[in-house]
Design a protein around this ligand. Sequence first.
Ligand code: ATP
Length: 557
Amino acid sequence: MAEAPLMEKIVSLCKRRGFVYPASEIYGGLNGFWDYGPLGVLLKNNIRDSWWRDMVECPPIGPDGHPIDMVGVDTAIIQNPKTWVASGHAATFTDPMVDDRETKQRFRADHLFGLFISPIADEEIKDVLQAGASTLIAFPYRTVIASSVGEAIDEFKKPKVSKPWQLGDIKQGSTDPSAYGGRATNHKGDERAFFIRHIKLSELKQDASRIPSPFTGNTGTLTEPRAFNLMFETYVGAVRDEESKVWLRPETAQGIFLDYKNIIDTTRVKVPFGVAQIGKSYRNEVTPRNFIFRSREFEQMEMEFFCHPDESAKWYEFWKVERMRWWKSLGVKAENLRLRDHEQDELSHYSKMTVDIEYKYPFTSPDFGELEGIAHRGCYDLTQHQQHSGQRLDYFDQELQLKLKEQGASAEEIKEKSRYIPNVIEPASGLTRAVLVLLCEGYAEDPTRPSPVYMKFDPKMAPIKAGIFPLVNKEGMPEIAEKLYMDLRTKFMCEYDPKQSIGKRYARMNEIGTPYCITIDGETLKDQTVTIRERDTLKQDRVAIEKVKTYLSERLS
Ligand code: ATP
């Protein structure tokens, strides 16, 4: 039997071991909604707590050698609806959506990929890019919905999708690495060149009727792309009318801008400073997919860093470096992360520059997908809220005023320069997407081990830090093990497990990523030592029972 794709194995482990369950599963689930189970919530909280500690409680050291200023907030999910009119979300927080008139299904227009097959038998593809540019192959033979070329390739490789063509080896273009292609054969033995690429929005606008539906393969059934607002609506109070209509926030950022004035007035922060927030956001995604990667309810970890406009480029660079460093500190391998600058036409309505930190997810590989966006938002948000609310949101920079005075600047220049609307650099990441990254990063297989599947979480991130087992459930071992557990649990998330064979207990702990297993055995009764088995190396250390806490502290801090 063919082996299940990596992502399927990860999803199945998540369900089996209690990391992530489909929300309302007993009623058939609800597309785009997920529950975090007993282990998933621990993993999520570990990421959340690290972010909060490293960004808010012990923030990074700034370019001047001093820790930057950062404060936290927790703002309401439902705000005055004027917020979203001012921010531009009511008008422009949309995705282009295409309907299939035949099946009544809907998909995101920018998530369509095409398989192009040459109509000419002997056309040689020297380079898949040339094939991509070929005018001979103007329309796709089949289409699929995917968020990356890696995912599209996986879909097209399924024979029922590309039928009757069997796709041979798929090569990456040498001149354009985003182009992929090869040679396909059918049951009659015909051979043709093919390539796979993203279908542009402009092509869908122009040729919707000639592009096959990703659901049926039929042409003539797709509509032109139309804008679809992603915000969920609801009503506040007893009356359901336009007046009482509100939106669930699609990002946590706006709550920070709304509190910016309160923070300046009530705390001691001075520009440059940041405000951080972690919380739920809601987007009515057209095609939620790839497990928890794109959900309709998810959690974000966002910071708005307010700075002088002349210093914004410096802070933009600062956050790029800091945020990459932070992801690596969670145990994410450097080769699975990359920075990708947004093209001009990709930028959001508010952004001057944006760079994404991307991760190589199993479903995007060999390509990467977004994990965090770092946007230079200029003074867009505060200016908009100032205009729409009528409240002054500019900043009087006393320190700059003094500095300019010392430099002998004119009164006019001082007045003009020391009052301004700060620029904002926004590092915005997904907490639930980070859970997915750690699950993908941690998943490891090694058939030579007694437990062939294990989760190689960085020990600091592991949901359970130590499993404590009496070798047998008698001879005084459970009492010692329980005593050790009662001591360790005050400092680390531990599990006491006296049941099943020791092999099964080790296997389970490995599968949920517990870095240390501590076994109380016959030796313990004689010399007060225990065995500590390390998850990745399977190495066993004999440690005195009173030294176990220090042993774990040294390795988990
Ligand atoms: P995408 O291009 O993937 O739709 P985005 O650029 O709209 O994402 P932002 O608005 O920049 O995303 O949000 C910041 C972060 O929030 C993203 O980098 C991602 O980690 C997370 N995020 C956004 N949308 C979702 C979602 N639907 N499900 C899970 N996480 C999300």
